[in-house]
Design a protein around this ligand. Structure first.
Ligand code: 5RP
Length: 265
């Protein structure tokens, strides 16, 4: 692997082999998402606990201090919206020149396997990989399900992750599933990070699935709403960080969460 590619990946994936990516890219198809109306304010207390920030160029340019020292994963696919016809009908939205100009550590884009736009999104991935590999920039593929959340089961996720890795993604982001998640990770030759999905009823559910996912081989998370849409985002990110980087159990994470919430840690 070239030095530049290695250097960027090592900024994202920490020395312990683990990673906590904080995504705030939801506005690219959802508009001003709840608790993300002012992304710059949302991330202020959280950034110090994240290993990287995932977002679009518009939010990066307008809401994030260029002097911040966290690596950026730039979302470069889009062109659809929640009120449009089909979320899978995405294009690549950012040129390689812009990607380089913004000095990002990686880019990310969605693939929609099994959808009407499967071929389009997968060839978007291969073209992006070709452009980015020339400059040592890793591509993180997001295995997206659009509105069909029920698709989040092991056989489908394993298929998506493997295809994304075969086509050149350096990291794959996918959903956690409670059954056979280890098969998803084992079938994917590149590191896997878990997406959070819609906000859960309890914080403990998040600690449980992050813990189980990491035990089964994920290197960490790319998890947004279950941090910044919660009532106690700092407590949430610190507890999740402790599971990923300090091997906390869900019980220990819950206890840390309560302590931070109470101002005791
Ligand atoms: C949106 C994304 C998000 O980055 C991803 O879904 C993670 O965020 P969350 O934990 O809120 O699901 O790729 O398309």
């Amino acid at each position: 692997m070239e030095w530049g590619m290695k250097n960027r990946l090592s900024r994202l994936i920490q020395a312990d082999g683990k990673a906590l990516f904080l995504p705030i890219d939801h506005g690219y198809f959802q508009g001003p998402t709840h608790k993300l109306e002012k992304p710059g304010e949302t991330i202020k207390p959280l950034l110090q606990y994240a290993d990287a920030l995932m977002l679009t160029r518009g939010v990066l340019r307008n809401c994030v201090d260029p002097a911040m020292d966290k690596p950026v994963i730039l979302r470069v696919s889009g062109g659809t919206s929640v009120v449009g016809e089909d979320l899978a009908n995405e294009a690549i939205t950012t040129s390689i020149q812009e990607i380089i100009r913004l000095n990002v550590s990686a880019v990310s884009m969605s693939v929609f396997v099994g959808s009407k736009y499967e071929h389009q999104s997968l060839t978007n991935l291969t073209k992006l990989v070709d452009a980015c590999e020339d400059y040592g920039i890793p591509v993180m593929a997001v295995t997206a399900v659009g509105r069909e959340l029920e698709k989040r089961e092991a056989r489908y996720l394993a298929l998506c992750c493997r295809i994304a890795a075969e086509l050149g993604a350096r990291v794959v982001k996918t959903y956690y599933c409670s059954e056979n998640f280890e098969k998803v990770v084992e079938g994917c030759p590149v590191p896997v990070v878990i997406a959070g999905g819609p906000k859960t009823e309890t914080q403990r559910e998040v600690f449980d699935f992050v813990y189980d996912g990491v035990q089964k081989g994920a290197i960490g998370v790319n998890l947004g709403r279950n941090i910044w849409q919660t009532e106690h985002p700092v407590a949430a990110i610190r507890a999740i960080r402790a599971i990923i980087h300090d091997n906390y159990t869900p019980e220990e994470a819950q206890s840390l969460f309560e302590q931070v919430k109470a101002g005791k840690a």
